[in-house]
Structure formats: C-alpha cells, structure tokens
Design a binder for this molecule. Sequence first.
Ligand code: UT7
Length: 332
Amino acid sequence: MRSACPVQISGVGCHVPERLLTNQDLEKMVDTSDEWILQRTGIATRHILDPGKATSDMAVEAIKALCRSTGMEPQEIEVLIVATVTPDMYFPATACLVQDKLGISRTWGFDLSAACCGFVYAVSAGVAFVASGMHRRVVVVGADSMSRIIDYQDRNTCVLFGDGAGAVLLEPAVQEENSFVDAHHEIDGSGGPSLCMPAGGSLMPPSCETVKQRLHYVKQEGQPVFKFATRKMEEASRIVLERNHLSPDDLRLLIPHQANARIIRGTAERLGLREDQVILNLHKYGNTTAATIPLAIRDALSDNRLVKGDVVLLASVGAGFTVGTALLRWAY
Ligand code: UT7
C-alpha cells in the first residue's frame, strides 16, 4: 500500500441508537439465558434502531459526529463510501440517501457489500482514492441495521447482532510515517451458504412462500463460521505483519471485528498477544457487522488506548466468506 501519497485516518465518529436489547429481554423472547449468551459470545447488550428509521439515518449521525470531532464541514466530503448489508432499500444506494440527508452537493459515492469485512474493504478502496491523488477527502462509513434482518424467533442468531454506524475520514497523511502501511484481503465464496440471507435477491425474489419460510432473515451455521473466522483472523494478520517485517509483539493494538469474544480471544492467543493489545467491546453493542471496527476505534481513542504513532491492525472475517486486514500507524 506504500504510495506517492501516504494516507491517514484523520478522525472517527459513531452512532448507536438509544434503545437497548439486553440478554434479559432476549430470555423473554426465545429459549436462551444471560449465562449462555455471556459465556458463548461475550455479549450483554445491543442497540436497536427505532421503527421508521434506517441505516442511512445512523450513517448521517455518524458522519455528523465525525464532523464535530474533526472540524470538517460535510460539504468538504469528496467521496462517500457506505459499507453495509442492510441498505435502506435495494436501490438507490444508501450513499445517495446519506448525501441527500446531509444536503451536500459536491460529493459522489457508492455502497460496498462485504458484510463484516465491509468497513475494512471500504477503507482500502478509500485509501486507494487518496493514495492515487484522485481525491483528498474520503469518508468511509460502516453502518448496519441488523435488527431488520434478524429472526427474533431464532435463538442461534438473534442474540448475536445489534445496530450501529461508524465513520472515518481518510486524507493525505500529515506525517508520512503515520499512515496506512499495507492490507491483505481474501474472499472465499464456498463459505456463502454458512452465513447468508437466502431470499429477497434475484435468485429467490420475495413471495408469500419466502416470507412464510422466514427466508428473509440471517441464517448461520455457527460452528463452520467460528472455525473459519478463528483460523483466518490469525492467518491474515500474520500475512500482513510478516510482509512488513513486523511481529505480533510490535502491535500496539489489534482492532478486530466484534462477532464473538471467543473468536477474538482465540485469535489473540494464537498470535501471542497480551490482553492490553486487543480491543474487545462487543459486550456493549453485539455484532454490528460493518460498524464494529469504527466503534472499536472510537472506544479505543476515548479510553486513551490509541495514540499517535501506534502500530494498529484492523482485522475482520465475515459472510462471503470475506477476510480483511489493514495495517497502519495511527496519525493523531
Ligand atoms: O460476524 C460474522 C461472522 N459470524 C461469526 O463469527 C459467528 C461465528 N459463530 C459463533 O460465534 C458461534 O458458533 C455461536 C455463538 C453462533 C454459537 O456458539 P457455539 O458454541 O458454536 O454453539 P453451537 O452452535 O455449537 O450450539 C451449542 C448448543 C446447541 O444445543 P445442543 O444442540 O447442544 O443441544 C444450540 O442449540 O447451544 C444451543 N444454542 C443456544 N442455547 C441457548 C444455540 N444458541 C443458543 C442460545 N441460547 N442463544
């Protein structure tokens, strides 16, 4: 990723809806327990979007928070990339809806669909725009309203997910050394059936039958996804570290996708990382798909666990399967 124009993250802004869904609430909805959820996933609460609101609304709030923290005016955004698997609708793209809600006129943008790797992939796309000199200000948003596609009668999935959004600003780096270093991405479509929403697309358009069979909800085979995620988080992390002559010990922070505390701890153990080198915040939000990593960055900053010059690795595995890591030195 080294280029004529090094790229930095200049700021982060996030939004989660106010309404909470706790493990105790879920105990009343399906055959589950607070103990099982905490032990098997590490999740305690999730934030749930109010009816009548959509992914674009959370993305707008995240961008407003980003603007407050950076001093940027929304009007200055040149490119807007929205990573999501829960767009407001099939089309137009959520990026267009966000642009309109922000009332900004000089931007272009698009949606990127890569499930839990959406944020990392969108960041790589945004970095390429800035590194090439094509644009100077790219905003990447990871936003998902998972509650809209979760079956709250299915205990295998309904305890896992929550709603949220996070945005970062990508700009030319102020100091060359504090910038993006490298990235490693892979996709493996053979894993598609293990985690998907079967109906609603061109293969199985909506019908009374698909609704009756509850096919417009997330379906997951937990075990294969768990095993793939634990193996690939380590593998993809090592690839990008080794290519840059770094060891896990050199990392100040691993900021992983937050799907399951056992996957994160397992990855940390395989990499030989200490607890203080890893961000774990999914007890508060659950799995917010494309939003987990910006939320984790925001929490790391507010807990003073991330400062200028720190070597940071973003790492994610998700539906697809998708795998993504991005290595950077923190810029501020
Ligand atoms: O972000 C996208 C990527 N997604 C992931 O990374 C998720 C990966 N997978 C996982 O995190 C885990 O596989 C789960 C948390 C989904 C499930 O945990 P597990 O330890 O793999 O459980 P399991 O699926 O093997 O199920 C074990 C038992 C089963 O009961 P029996 O068959 O042993 O009687 C399940 O029916 O746990 C049962 N179970 C539950 N029990 C209480 C499944 N869900 C629940 C639940 N409450 N919510």
